[in-house]
Ligand binder design. Structure first.
Ligand SMILES: [Zn+2]
Ligand SMILES: [Zn+2]
Length: 337
C-alpha cells in the first residue's frame, strides 16, 4: 500500500507493507478515507522529533474493512478515532490526567494516518473509536480529535458560566476553542497577528476578534470589553511573544491555559506575576476518551461549526499541504488518501 513516509523533514510517498489482522490477535483494519494534518505533525517534522521512516497522521476518518473483536463495530462502518488509549488504572488516570498515562503514550494506530490502511486495536475500538453519522462530511468528521483537545482545555480551565475568554491565535484550533467556550455558556474573544484570520473568525461566533497591529492599542481596546482583563486566556499560537501578551490580557486571579509548544522553549512566565497577581498557569494536552465522546456530540449536533476551515489535498501533494500550512496560506489541511 502507499504511505507518506518521513525522510529528512519531508514526506516521500512509498510502498509499505499493508497491516494485516494476521499479525495481531484482534482489532480492525481500516481503509483510510482521509486524515487531517495537525499542528503537532508539523512540530514533529520541523524538530526532527519523529524519526525517518515514520508515518505520521492521527486525525483519521476511515472505513472498517476487516474486523475481529468483541465490539459492536462491523465491516463497512465509517469511523473516526483517537489514537491513544489510557489504562484507566494508574496514578495519572486516577488524577484525571489521562494524556499523561504511560499506556496512553505507548498506544497508537499502525502505521499512521497518512497511509491507505491502518491497524486499530481492540482497546482503541472499545474506547476511542466512534461511528460517523452519514450526514457528516469526511472533512468535518476528521475534526473529532482536535476538537476533543479543545474540549479538554476548556474543561480543565474549570470554566463557569459567563466568563470572558481570550483565545490567542485564530488558526483552526483557536477557532474551535472559541466555539467550545461558547458551548459551555461563556463568551469568547479572539486575537491574531494575521488580519485574514481575524476576519475569518467572525464567522464562528466570537464576541469580538482583535487584529494585533500594536499590542498596547489592542490591550486598551480590549478594556472596553473586559475592563478587568479576561478571566481565562487560551494560548494556541505557539509563539514565545504571546506569553507576555497573555499575562497582560488576563485579569488578576485569572487563568492562562497553555495549549501549544513554543519553538525555543526559553520563554516563561515570571514568578512575581504569578505570585502578586494570583495567576493560575495550566497546560492541557491531548484528549481523554470522554472528551472525544463530547467532541463527536458537538460536531454531529452542529453546535461546533467545523466547515470552511480545511483545504483538501491528495496524498501525493502532502508536502505542498505542509508548506501551505506553515506559510499560513491555509488554515488547515485534510489529506485525501
Ligand atoms: Zn491532532
Ligand atoms: Zn493510566
Amino acid at each position: 500500500m502507499k504511505a507518506a513516509v518521513l525522510n529528512n523533514n519531508k514526506f516521500e510517498i512509498r510502498e509499505v507493507p499493508r497491516p494485516s489482522l494476521k499479525e495481531h490477535e484482534n482489532g480492525a483494519i481500516v481503509k483510510v478515507i482521509g486524515c487531517g494534518l495537525c499542528g503537532s505533525d508539523l512540530v514533529k517534522i520541523r524538530t526532527g522529533k519523529a524519526k525517518n521512516g515514520t508515518v505520521l497522521g492521527h486525525e483519521v476518518v476511515g472505513e472498517i474493512v476487516e474486523i475481529n473483536t468483541k465490539t459492536n463495530f462491523e465491516e463497512g462502518d465509517k469511523i473516526v478515532l483517537g489514537h491513544h488509549v489510557p489504562c484507566f488504572n494508574c496514578i495519572y488516570c486516577w488524577g484525571g490526567n489521562y494524556s499523561m498515562c504511560r499506556h496512553f503514550k505507548d498506544t497508537n494506530i499502525i502505521p499512521g494516518g497518512f497511509a491507505e490502511y491502518i491497524y486499530v486495536s481492540e482497546e482503541h475500538l472499545k474506547n476511542t473509536v466512534f461511528q460517523v453519522n452519514a450526514n457528516l462530511s469526511d472533512v468535518e468528521a476528521a475534526f473529532l480529535e482536535p476538537l476533543g483537545c479543545c474540549i479538554r482545555a476548556v474543561k480543565r480551565s474549570g470554566i463557569e458560566d459567563d466568563t470572558k475568554n481570550l483565545i490567542i491565535g485564530l488558526g483552526s484550533i483557536g477557532i474551535l476553542m472559541g466555539q467550545v467556550v461558547n458551548c459551555y455558556g461563556n463568551k469568547s474573544f479572539g486575537c491574531d497577528l494575521i488580519y485574514d484570520r481575524v476576519r475569518l473568525s467572525e464567522n464562528y461566533n466570537f464576541e469580538k476578534s482583535f487584529f494585533i497591529q500594536d499590542e498596547e492599542t489592542v490591550l486598551n481596546e480590549m478594556k472596553n470589553y473586559a475592563p478587568y482583563g479576561f478571566d481565562n486566556v487560551f494560548l494556541t499560537a505557539g509563539s514565545s511573544k504571546s506569553l507576555d501578551f497573555a499575562v497582560k490580557a488576563v485579569r488578576d486571579g485569572g487563568k492562562i491555559i497553555v495549549f501549544s509548544s513554543t519553538k525555543d522553549n526559553l520563554a516563561g512566565f515570571k514568578n512575581n506575576d504569578i505570585y502578586y497577581r494570583e495567576l493560575t498557569i495550566m497546560g492541557s494536552y491531548s484528549p481523554s476518551p470522554m472528551d472525544l465522546e463530547d467532541s463527536i456530540e458537538l460536531i454531529e449536533s452542529g453546535k461546533v461549526n467545523v466547515s470552511g476551515l480545511s483545504e483538501v489535498y491528495p496524498l501525493a501533494q502532502i508536502n505542498k499541504a505542509v508548506n501551505e500550512t506553515l506559510s499560513n496560506t491555509i488554515i488547515k489541511a485534510f489529506i485525501k488518501i
